[in-house]
Every structure is written in C-alpha cells, then in structure tokens.
Design a protein around this ligand. Structure first.
Ligand SMILES: *[C@@H]1O[C@H](CO)[C@@H](O)[C@H](O)[C@H]1NC(C)=O
Ligand SMILES: *[C@@H]1O[C@H](CO)[C@@H](O)[C@H](O)[C@H]1NC(C)=O
Ligand SMILES: *[C@@H]1O[C@H](CO)[C@@H](O)[C@H](O)[C@H]1NC(C)=O
Ligand SMILES: *[C@@H]1O[C@H](CO)[C@@H](O)[C@H](O)[C@H]1NC(C)=O
Ligand SMILES: *[C@@H]1O[C@H](CO)[C@@H](O)[C@H](O)[C@H]1NC(C)=O
Ligand SMILES: *[C@@H]1O[C@H](CO)[C@@H](O)[C@H](O)[C@H]1NC(C)=O
Length: 764
C-alpha cells in the first residue's frame, strides 16, 4: 500500500462508507439511482449535436425530455462519444440494449495510489538536453490538483505557451492564484456534485499528492530543497523546461470517479498534452469498462503516451493495476538512502528505527511504557497494545514514550493528544518507506520490539530517547514491498509491471494547505516533503517519456515506451525473488533511453489485433477505437504469434508441467545509425530452449523494419519456481536492445477464468 496511500486511505476507508451512502441517489421512493457512463457509436459531428443526440437517447428511454435533461450529467464530446447520466439499474439495462449504444457501466471511485532520485537513476542536472524542444512539451497529470504558487511552477525565463496548446486560458478559481507560462493548464472535474467540505472546488491541491507528482515530473530546479534539513539538495523534475497541465479528478473525501477521469482524458487529449501521467489505481476491470484503459487507448490514438502507477498492493502476486498493454505501467524501487532514528534505552543499549522524525529530544531520556501496560481498563489491554484512540489511560502515559504495535497510522497523534511525548512503533511490515511523524517517533522491527519489551519489563523505571532522523546509506536498488506484483491479471501473455523507477522517500513539492501528516495536532508544514508509493514512481517515468520525446518528437507512444524499456538497467532476482513480476525490465535509465537503436513499434491496429486475439468481440473493442468502421476480428487474426502483440517483452504462461512450445513474432524498427548490424544474444534458463530466427538483423537505412521469431521450448520440468527468466538482447557496435523472456507456472488461472467468463457474459 502506498505510504501516502495509507495516510490517505485511512480517511478514505471511513469516507468510503459515507460515499456508499451519499453516492447513491435515492429518488422516487425505493428506486436507487447511480451514475452510469454510456458509450455511443461514433458520429463525427460537432459538440452541440453530439450533446443533443445524448439527450435524445435519454428521452427515448425516459419518454420525457424534461426527465432526460434531469438525468443527463455530462457529455464527452471531444475524444469520446459518450455521456454520464443518473439512472436506475433497470434503465441502465434497457439503455444497453438500445440502438447505437456500445456499452453502459456504472461509475466507480478509484484510489490514489524526490531529489536525489534523478542522480540515482543517471539523469544529473548536467545531462544533455534540448531545452527548446523540451519547452515545447506539455505534460498532463490527472491527480489531486496543484499548488500554483510553488517554486516548482514559477515561469521565470519561460517563453510563450506552445502554439499547439488548445487548452485555452486557465480561469480564476477559488483559492487558486492562476496559471502562467510554466503551469499552462488547470481544470477540475467533479461531476457527482456532492459537496466535499474537506476539499475546495477548484484545481488547487489541498492534499499534496498532485503537487508532489507534478513537480517530480516537470518541476523547475529549486535549490536547497529539504524537509526540516533532511534529504537536502536541488529538487527538480525530469524535464524542468516542460509545461504542466493539471486535471484535478481526485477529491479528499470521495476519491477519483470514473466519470471525472474520463472527462479529464477527453480534455487532455483535446488540449494537446504530449504525455499523460496518472498515479491512480485502476480498478481490476476489463479493458473496455476501465476508464483509465479507455482514456489511455484514445490518448494513444492521438499520439499521447499514458504512464500509470502499478499500484501499492504488493508484495501479493497478481495485484498489478493499470495493466493494459497500451499503458506504461510503473513499479516503485528504493534509493540508496533511508531515514533512521537512533533509540537509546535506559540500560545504555542503542538501536534504531525507520521514519522521519524531525524532533530533537529536549531531555536526555524519557520514561518508557508499553501501550498494553497503560490500558484504561483490563479489557482495553489488547487495543492499548496498538495505542488506538481511547484505549489508553492518559495518566499512565503523561510525559512518556509509549511502545505500541502498528495497528493504524497515527499512534503518534493519539499519544501526543493525551499528553504523551511520542512512540516507538513495532511492525514487521511497511519498514522500507519512511513514515513521517507529528511527534517524536520511529518504527522498529519485531526483533528490536522484543528487545525493548524485554528491557521495559526488566526494570522498575524504564526509559528511552529517540533522536532526530538521519540519512543512512543502504544497498539499492530493490523493489518496494508495497509495489504491486505481476503476473498480469488481465492478459496472461503480457508482462506487467513494465518497468521500475524510484518511489520510496521521494522529496518533492507539497501543499501549504495540509500539515505533513494530516494528523490531528500536527503543526509541521513544509514546501517540500517525502512521499512513497508507485504514485511517485509513475511521474519519474512520465518525465523520462517527455525527455525521450524532446529528442524524438515524432515517435509513437509505443516507440517511446520501447526505447525506455529496452534500455533499462536489469535488476536482480536475488534482491526480489518475484523477479520480473516485481520490476519488469528493471530500473529506468533515462540517458540510454534517448537513443535505443531499435524500437518495437505498435499502432492502433496492433492493439485491436491483440484484443481480438484475447477474445474480445469486435463490437466491444469499438468503445476503444475512434472509428466508425466495424471491426472484423476474423479478418485480423491469422498469422500473429502466441501473444499477438509486438511487445518489447515476452511472457509465456504454463498451465501444467507438460512440455510446451510457443512462438513470438516481433518486428523492430531502426531508429539508430542507417547502416547497422544487430546480433542476437540469448540467455535461456535451465530446462528452456530459446531459438531466434534470424540471429542477425542488418539495416541499411533509418526507419527500416526487420522481423524475427523467438521460439521458446519448455521441457517437462520439476522446477517449483513460480517464475523463470531469460532474455533476448540485440547487440550492435553501439546499442543493446534487451527484452526479458518470462515463463511462469499458472496452474489455477482463476483470475483468467473470471476474466474470460466476464467477457463471454457480455452481450453482443
Ligand atoms: C477521432 O474522431 C474525431 C471526430 O471525428 C476526429 O476529429 C479525430 O481526428 C479522430 N482521432 C483519431 C486519432 O482518429
Ligand atoms: C513544437 O511542436 C509542434 C507540434 O508538435 C511543432 O509543429 C513545432 O515545430 C514545435 N516547435 C518547436 C520550436 O520545436
Ligand atoms: C479560500 O478562499 C476563501 C475566500 O478568499 C477564504 O475565505 C478561505 O479561507 C480560503 N480557504 C483556505 C483553505 O485557505
Ligand atoms: C531489525 O532492525 C535492526 C536495527 O535496525 C537490524 O539490525 C536487524 O537486522 C533487523 N532485523 C530483521 C529481522 O530485519
Ligand atoms: C470478416 O472477415 C472474414 C475473413 O476475412 C470474412 O470471411 C468475413 O466475410 C468478414 N465479415 C464481415 C462482416 O465483413
Ligand atoms: C555479429 O556477428 C557477425 C558474424 O558472426 C560478426 O562478424 C560481427 O562482428 C557481430 N557484430 C557484433 C556487433 O557483435
């Protein structure tokens, strides 16, 4: 779970309940109404007639123009022919059978899922740039809004807004000082119209998440950024000269609604962004009903790459979100630094915990007590061991440090609120990212926790002190425990996540509207803060995509992604035994990505072919494709390989231990020197034979294409490994183009069965 996600998602959890209550619109007695999204067959007409056609459909359904207008919420008219409306389940069912209606699905709410990180992955401030080209690039983020007054978004030295920008002038909004030549667009979408007293109806960011991701992607260079002296350095985005457009779709109380996400994609595509970065959880839905997948497909057709977070549900397998093959899916890796606090116990023993504790102790030591021993009553002993609200007797913790087990985030606030000094929190999970505390606190593992308990019970007056956090060096990279893992729950042939980028303890800009923790009693505010999550990894890769595009403005989204994937730095299975399911191709390497030599390119038809191969019916694919011609899958299917897509990685699922042979067909395009020869190097794991034909590819001009096949032969094996990895590398004198080949054993296939069932249940 994302660290920031935890902070966010605890309030989220409680809000989710109220959402279920307020989100449903009870009208006419018992009939419950929900928001639905309705996709229509494409008519290339102007905005007003499209909107009228939506009202007409609703009038036909309701038998009344007035009711039609009442139920109509929004028309998506730019990139999609779709609308949102308030409907009952029966009405939705009826509508889905009507002429011209492609698909109807209920609106759901998604969850949200620094700067040393650029040096760490090899994009120092001195890296070669094309500032003119870079300043012609606009990155769009779908997030919680932005902080326009932040140093990261000042426009000193910026030239005029790129001529291709069609987003218009950004208006004046509540508590929002306005746009400039750096922050060129700011819009918000809240179609459910439910008031959110914790947020502001404007593109302003009161949460901090959107300000953080935007500044990581494209923030200006800000010297001497730090969090109370920690992580000090120059903060900057990947592309400091690029322009930023914010589309606020996530709200503090309700999360991020499908209908708002779709509206933001519609606007961003129209406005002319070059890259879309979305650090929002995809709901494990089918590609044709998942708004992020639908939006990203339309973006791709317009030449815009969508980069998304893999999710924070690791280390469990098959948790990766945003896994459509036209989305660039990013896992979170760790940097070589950690924030630790020294703890000294009254017996002189020294140990340490992890987390950001900005407080210097005011005394040499404080009395120490175990939460369970400070319970209000004997029956609250169990909850007191977790230091939950109202379980502890304030008299027993006054002026003391309290040792608690991790139950929910915020024990520091609970203890401080009843007169304690701070806490030592014990946990066996969530130790790879630093939690920020609002009182003196740190987080220790079970072993250290046991030592502390033993000490506490060994003396009549136990005491301890926690020092202010310091940076320590640790081995890196590694994948965060919270980063969602493969295998891909949507398409068993496509490896996801695609790539890893820094997502632990990232320093970037923050909002002045919220304290660092958002917890009761926190008085810490800062222009910069540390956050962790795949949400933070995503804008790193979004930034690299913009960087690559500034060197290669004509490349397709698939070519940009291929360049970034085939040049990544491999990571080690010894560090993360889920291997590619944790890190995809490995750690992003921006400088190599600029010039990959060869790319695996794809266009709309490639993906349509893939979807046909996956069993989607032509009429369902129509929701994705901006084209009125019907799709004939049978005409598209013959002659494609085992996975049906020219993807830069290869993945073979095995149902059982029987021998299996699969053939992958691939085509590469020369984007390097005109005359080049590439030779294949294969690394095959034990028990697997991999044969590439041909083994050499020669090119005599730019953009020339060459095809090859990769035969993977798996012998009967007694291997109990879940995932085995090999690779294919095309090498020339100047370039290395690497593709992991992953084979995994997937006997149950339950997720797949579910997906197949879902697909077959869709009416046609
Ligand atoms: C999508 O359809 C709209 C409306 O017809 C058209 O203006 C636009 O160019 C199309 N985009 C693509 C990529 O085909
Ligand atoms: C900016 O981008 C547009 C559209 O991609 C292009 O036509 C224009 O030449 C670019 N301008 C510069 C200065 O690169
Ligand atoms: C937002 O602006 C209004 C009107 O200027 C002001 O009253 C309010 O305090 C501001 N809200 C915050 C959170 O600053
Ligand atoms: C627990 O934390 C201590 C102090 O940081 C460390 O030395 C030890 O290796 C950790 N133990 C485990 C099992 O991770
Ligand atoms: C779809 O393609 C197949 C194979 O090319 C062809 O036989 C069939 O007539 C086509 N169907 C339609 C409706 O065009
Ligand atoms: C590729 O293979 C050919 C023939 O074996 C060899 O002459 C050439 O040097 C190789 N090129 C590279 C870059 O390894």
């Amino acid at each position: 779970m994302l660290r920031d996600g935890f902070i966010i998602s605890f309030p989220f959890l409680s809000c989710l309940l109220s959402l279920i209550l307020t989100g449903l619109l009870a009208v006419n007695g018992d009939v419950q109404k929900d928001f639905y999204i309705v996709f229509m067959r494409h008519h290339p007409v102007n905005e007003e007639t499209v909107r009228q056609s939506h009202i007409d459909v609703l009038s036909m359904l309701k038998g009344s123009d007035v009711e039609a207008k009442e139920s109509h919420v929004y028309s998506y008219t730019k990139s999609f022919n779709a609308f949102a409306a308030k409907l009952s389940q029966d009405e939705a069912n009826e509508l889905s059978g009507m002429d011209g209606v492609l698909s109807v699905f209920v609106n759901k709410y998604h969850k949200l899922h620094t700067t040393k990180s650029w040096e760490f992955i090899g994009l120092p401030a001195s890296a070669r740039r094309k500032p003119k080209m870079e300043s012609n690039i606009t990155v769009g983020l779908l997030d919680t809004g932005i902080t326009p007054q932040s140093e990261s978004f000042k426009d000193d030295g910026f030239g005029p807004i790129p001529a291709k920008w069609k987003g218009g002038k950004c208006g004046h909004f509540a508590n929002f000082s306005g746009c400039n030549k750096k922050l060129i667009g700011a819009k918000y979408f809240k179609l459910d119209n439910n008031p959110d007293p914790s947020d502001i109806l404007s593109p302003i960011d009161v949460e901090g998440h959107g300000t953080h991701t935007s500044s990581t992607l494209a923030g200006n260079v800000v010297a001497n950024a730090n969090l109370f002296g920690l992580a000090r350095g120059a903060a900057r985005g990947a592309v400091p000269s690029a322009r930023v457009a914010m589309y606020k779709v996530c709200w503090v109380s309700s999360g991020c609604a499908d209908m708002d996400i779709l509206a933001a994609f519609d606007a961003a595509i129209h406005d002319g962004v070059d890259v879309i970065s979305i650090s929002i959880g995809g709901l494990t839905a089918d590609y044709v009903t998942d708004t992020i997948a639908i939006g990203a497909f339309h973006a791709m057709q317009n030449g815009i790459i969508t980069v998304a977070s893999a999710g924070n549900d690791g280390p469990n397998l098959a948790t990766v979100a945003n896994h459509a093959p036209w989305i660039f899916t990013v896992a979170a890796s760790g940097l070589d630094r950690q924030f630790r606090s020294k703890i000294v116990l009254g017996n002189g023993k020294t140990t340490s915990g992890v987390g950001v504790n900005t407080f210097n102790p005011k005394q040499k030591s404080y009395p120490l007590v175990n939460g369970a021993d400070a319970a209000k009553t004997s029956s609250s002993k169990e909850s007191a061991s977790y230091c939950t609200e109202d379980s502890i007797d304030p008299m027993k913790v006054k002026g003391k440090l309290v040792h608690c087990k991790l139950g929910t985030w915020g024990a520091d606030s609970v203890i401080k609120g009843i007169g304690g000094i701070g806490t030592i929190i014990e946990s066996d999970a969530f130790l790879d990212a630093a939690q920020i505390f609002m009182a003196p606190a740190t987080m220790v593992n079970d072993t250290v926790g046991a030592t502390i308990t033993e000490y506490t019970h060994s003396t009549r007056s136990p005491s301890a002190v926690i020092y202010k956090s310091q940076e320590v060096k640790i081995p890196a990279p590694f994948i965060a425990s919270f980063s969602s893992r493969g295998p891909n729950p949507g398409s068993k042939h496509i490896l996801k996540p695609d790539i890893a980028a820094p997502g632990i303890d990232i320093l970037a800009s923050y909002t002045p509207f919220k304290s660092l923790t958002g917890l009761k009693g926190d008085t810490q505010y800062s222009d910069f803060t540390l956050m962790s999550g795949t949400s933070m990894a995503c804008p790193h890769v979004g930034g690299v995509a913009a960087y690559v595009k500034s060197f290669n403005p004509k490349w397709s989204p698939a070519a940009i992604r291929s360049a970034i994937m085939t040049t990544a730095t491999p990571m080690s299975k010894r560090v993360n035994n889920e291997a590619e399911f944790a890190y995809g191709v490995g750690q992003v390497n921006p400088r190599r990505a600029r010039s990959p030599g060869l790319v695996y390119d794809m266009d709309t038809i490639s993906y349509v072919q893939f979807l046909c191969h996956e069993g989607f019916k032509g009429s369902k694919i129509a929701v994705l494709v901006n084209d009125s011609k019907p799709i004939n899958c049978s005409a598209l299917l013959p002659g494609i390989g085992d996975d049906g897509l020219n993807y830069p990685t290869m993945q073979l699922p095995l149902k059982d231990k029987a021998p299996r042979t699969a053939v992958f067909r691939r085509t590469v395009t020369n984007v390097g020197p005109s005359n080049s020869i590439y030779n294949a190097t294969i690394r095959a794991p034990k028990g697997v034979e991999i044969v590439v034909k041909p083994t050499s590819l020669s090119f005599s001009r730019a953009s020339q294409r060459r095809s090859f096949s990769v035969m993977v032969k798996v012998k009967p094996t007694s291997s109990t490994q879940m995932i085995i990895s090999g690779s294919l590398v095309w090498r020339s004198s100047r370039h290395c183009v690497r593709s992991p080949i992953v084979i995994y054993y997937n006997p149950e296939d339950t997720e797949m069965k579910k997906m197949t069932e879902l697909r077959s249940q869709m009416h046609e």
